[in-house]
Design a protein around this ligand. Structure first.
Ligand SMILES: *[C@@H]1O[C@H](CO)[C@@H](O)[C@H](O)[C@H]1NC(C)=O
Ligand SMILES: *[C@@H]1O[C@H](CO)[C@@H](O)[C@H](O)[C@H]1NC(C)=O
Length: 532
């Protein structure tokens, strides 16, 4: 009796000692808000600007997600997706997991996780696996072995989605919950983290998640608040609208915006401390059918051709877009309800996110009080610095979440349409933006007396006292604030071979980015391009 007690106590002590030396899988004490960064690791195969693990900045994210692992379609166990890139069993393999997890040596506060699934994995295998207790057990054990072998800090479940696509809407929801319970129990002794990437769509959420229960089990959930509209639809729309427009009264548009999704999670059992909101570093694009129809909701001709880096139809990453904006003539507008830009050249129409719109999404999520931001994905940012300093979007996220601007609620496009009462007040004098684009369109819509014939409206810039007057329209070009006081030409902020034209057309302000003819540069005094 006594001896067995002593042994038990000894074992308990060893257990504690073990726990004490074990890695804290969630050590980000320095940065209290989560910055969860996904990496689409197949981007190492991009022909232009391949993205490698060494391109990751280990100090700007609190959590890094390796996308993706898969499950074996016969055994239903977790599997390395691309042994050549990911694994380290053979000398010729590239040790991706190891290099990724070793980023924690550079930043001890960093947490690294494996993400399982993703869109292209489909739903069927997962549906089959969770329906069978034996498969589930094998799966859970395989995950434990996997995390131990490759030294990840936890698992991120990215099944898209329980009950949808080739899943089973009748039983997936309960089976998914059962799986998450079993994973949670198995992870407990090791302290592994358990998270999920979850759908932004109300219809998918309703079929997939027992939110109240899942909220207790997951360390947190990454809400994929993007992909609301894209080339699978035949009209132009935005990838990630923050709010709905007043004219959008149909069900689809009422539900399909960031604000609706986040409130839906909060109203159906998710808590703020368990919610992390996604921001996209890419846009979704269409080919233009008719050059005279380039408004939101106008008919499109299908997905845009593959981007020159990412190679995916209908998708343009920020690193592609910022370079296209520099090379060609583009027309860009910000929707004041979407709080995000869209634009077109002569072939492509794209709804995307940039520095300004991301600042608004960050202000929104901070006002909402959720526990962090998720990024899809690092390789989509201008990590090479082709258009300015490297990683412009990631740096903005880091600054506004855990950096110098962490007390700022500034939305660079003006006040958000909600009138928030921030719980942690910032210093309003410095951070509250002077509302350049006011939020009620009825009052702000300028009434230009003469429609836009640039020749007659050519401004004499010196007469405008730009410090006291309120601009009619503000926007960002290459991350620089552009103020339109009237219609007319302005210098391009970063490129002397270009100029900007502020124009009011069809009820909205536009900033056109115009090239000078070859061999000439812009001269603002003469309002024309001159020979260098
Ligand atoms: C968390 O990380 C810091 C280093 O940034 C380290 O000093 C501390 O011991 C860690 N805490 C735990 C519980 O691992
Ligand atoms: C945001 O969503 C909430 C809940 O659905 C709604 O009450 C509110 O009006 C929305 N805000 C805006 C500006 O659309």
């Amino acid at each position: 009796m006594k001896t067995s007690c002593a042994i038990l106590i000894l074992m308990a002590c060893f257990g504690l000692m073990n726990a004490a030396v074990k890695r804290d899988h969630n050590n980000y004490s320095k940065n209290p808000m989560r910055i969860v960064c996904y990496v689409g690791t197949w981007s190492v195969y991009h022909k232009v600007d391949p993205y490698t693990i060494e391109d990751i900045d280990p100090f700007k994210c609190t959590h890094l997600m390796y996308g993706f692992a898969k499950i074996d379609e016969y055994k239903y166990t977790i599997q390395v997706f691309d042994p050549y890139q990911d694994d380290n069993h053979n000398t010729w393999e590239k040790h991706g997991y190891e290099r990724f997890n070793n980023l924690r040596l550079k930043n001890p506060e960093l947490t690294t996780m494996i993400s399982l699934g993703g869109w292209y994995e489909g739903s069927e295998k997962y549906s089959d696996m969770v329906a069978n207790p034996t498969y589930r057990k094998q799966f859970v054990q395989s995950v434990l072995d996997f995390l131990q072998e490759y030294k990840f800090d936890g698992l991120d479940l990215d099944w898209e989605y329980p009950g949808s696509r080739l899943g089973n809407p009748k039983i997936d929801k309960q089976n998914y919950l059962t799986l998450v319970r079993e994973l949670k129990e198995a992870f407990e002794p090791f302290g592994y983290l358990l998270t999920a990437a979850v759908s932004p769509g109300k219809d998918k959420i309703d079929v997939a998640y027992e939110l109240k229960e899942l909220n207790q089990l997951f360390d947190w959930m990454n809400v994929m608040t993007y992909d609301y509209h894209g080339g699978w639809e035949n009209v132009f729309g935005h990838n990630a609208p923050l709010y709905k427009r007043p004219d959008e009264t149909d069900e689809l548009h009422t539900y399909f915006n960031v604000n609706y999704t986040m409130h839906y999670y909060l109203n159906n059992g998710a808590t703020r401390d368990k919610l992390v909101m996604g921001v996209p570093f890419y846009g979704r694009a269409w080919s233009i059918e008719d050059r005279s129809k380039v408004k939101l909701g106008d008919p499109a001709k299908g997905m845009s051709p593959p981007g020159f880096i990412t190679g995916e139809e209908g998708v343009l990453s920020y690193i592609e877009l910022c370079q296209l904006f520099q090379k060609e003539e583009w027309h860009i507008q910000y929707d004041e309800y979407y709080n995000a830009p869209y634009g077109y050249n002569d072939k492509i129409w794209v709804g995307y996110d940039d520095l300004a719109s991301i600042s608004c999404k960050l202000a929104f999520l901070k006002e909402l009080g959720v526990s962090g931001v998720m990024i899809w994905s690092l390789e989509n940012d201008d990590f090479k610095g082709h258009c300015g300093p490297k990683y412009p979007l990631l740096n903005k996220v880091h600054n506004m979440i855990n950096g110098d601007e962490k007390n700022s609620y500034e939305c660079l496009l003006g006040p958000s349409t909600t009138t928030p009462t921030p719980t942690t007040p910032s210093t309003p004098s410095t951070t509250t933006p002077t509302p350049t684009t006011p939020s009620t369109p009825s009052t702000t819509t300028p009434t230009p007396t003469t429609p836009s014939t640039p020749s007659t409206t050519t401004p004499t810039p010196t007469t405008t006292d730009s410090t006291s007057e309120t601009p009619k329209y503000t926007t960002y070009v290459d991350g620089h604030l552009i103020k339109c006081y009237k219609e007319g030409d302005l210098p391009h902020p970063t490129n002397i071979h270009k100029y900007l034209v502020c124009e009011y057309v069809n009820g909205g302000w536009w900033v056109h980015i115009m090239p000078c003819p070859p061999g000439t540069i812009w001269c603002q005094e003469k309002l024309t391009c001159i020979t260098e």
